[in-house]
Design a protein around this ligand. Sequence first.
Ligand code: GLN
Length: 508
Amino acid sequence: MSVDPLRASARAIAAAVNARETGATEIAEALLPYVERSDRALGAYLTRTPELLCDYAARVDARVAAGERLALAGVPLAVKDNMCLAGTRTTAGSKILENFVAPYTATAVQRLLDAGALPIGKTNLDEFAMGSSCENSALATTRNPYDVDRVPGGSSGGSAAAVGGFAATIATGSDTGGSIREPAAFCNIVGFKPTYGRISRYGLIAFASSLDQIGPFARSVADAALAYDLMAGKDPLDATSVDRPVEPTVDALRDDLRGVRIGVVREFGLDKLEPPVRAVYERAYADLRGLGAELVDVELPTADYGLATYYLIAPAECSSNLARFDGVRYGLRVDGADVGEMYERTRAAGFGAEVKRRILIGTYALSSGYYDAYYVKAQKARTRIAEDFARAFERCELIVSPAASSPAFGFDAKSDPVAMYLMDYYTIPASLAGLPALSVPCGSAVPSDGARPMPLGLQMMAPLFAERALLGCAHAYEQATKHADKLTPLTMQPEATTSLRAPSGNVA
Ligand code: GLN
């Protein structure tokens, strides 16, 4: 085969398939045994779809034979399990949807499939995408490909573990407050959340609709840009998708940062970090300077209110969005003496603890008497945060920060929900402002309670719709530093399958 189906970039795979040097079918067949083997250790997938994979591969081969050129010809794709894929189980990581089969396909996923991507399966997530570690999944345990005793990050942990563990070339994620960027950082890959509204949410199971945004995971900025360009754009099926031409980002990738002003947020001072982690970010900032960027101090005085604001708005919206899971229309039903008791029993049995906590907080914040004190106040704070960013972007084209305050932590290390919420400190402000933001690998540090170096991610944020500048500059940093190549996932190391113990927690 002219390309390595596990290690090759999406671009290289598509080029080989389009040139008919390799068939999509060959890629699918080469991939399947590795995915099966590695997933025994990682648990990235909730559902694997080998028949669909082979069907799509045959279709791609036929289309290429008929003379079509496809941007993602034969590229293995993993889909976060809160996005519908027609005919496959779509669970959102919840017992309430454990047996729900999607009757249609999400627009973002459909666009990737139309471009020739091959669906490997549906990946694990925190229940309804609520969490920062993937531990809130009701259905399976996903492990970090760089240390199986640590979490992959969340909520899109399955997608990040699949791409980080080379069991997919690209994947879809959804990011409400950091769920693409944080697991990307933990799994040594690129994770990109575009501007709110850039990619259709049709077919994405809603968590907090004013924040939810689909985006790609990949092992390089160039592959993330390729997937983004295909997914972005107006969709008549999602009224909040933005009707504005998509300027391709793949031709904006650059090799230096000359003339670029990059903001460093004063309130995000690196002194809050453990020394080895802090050293990685100091080095990253120096490398940006070395590439020609000018680093300027910027202020986001309201950034520290981001967490409190988000943890009112997101639960408020989720309490409303999740009202539809009532035992009547979708998924699980637990019968009761009357319809009221049926609702109660269904929701009591179907939702996990974190989802219930958020429904309670959200319902409380929206209730009459408290609405103005909590929800309206949070909306005002959200506006202030967006205004702070707009002011900061008068002084710079990009803003950088850590993607997370630490590398991946161990299972159960953050059993206190508030400790888990604090993980989103750096990612939430951009979500509240709707800004495009990504995480790109920037080095590694050995955690104080660990033995192996674990990856870290550099977050880059840009003004609304400045995807080209964002991905362009991230590419320059990535190409100059090549941090992702310095670590090898355990599943790709010799003897991997014998030395890795199978995850005991998997029930799916
Ligand atoms: N960790 C955040 C939360 O739990 C963000 C999740 C997300 O982006 N989906 O809500």
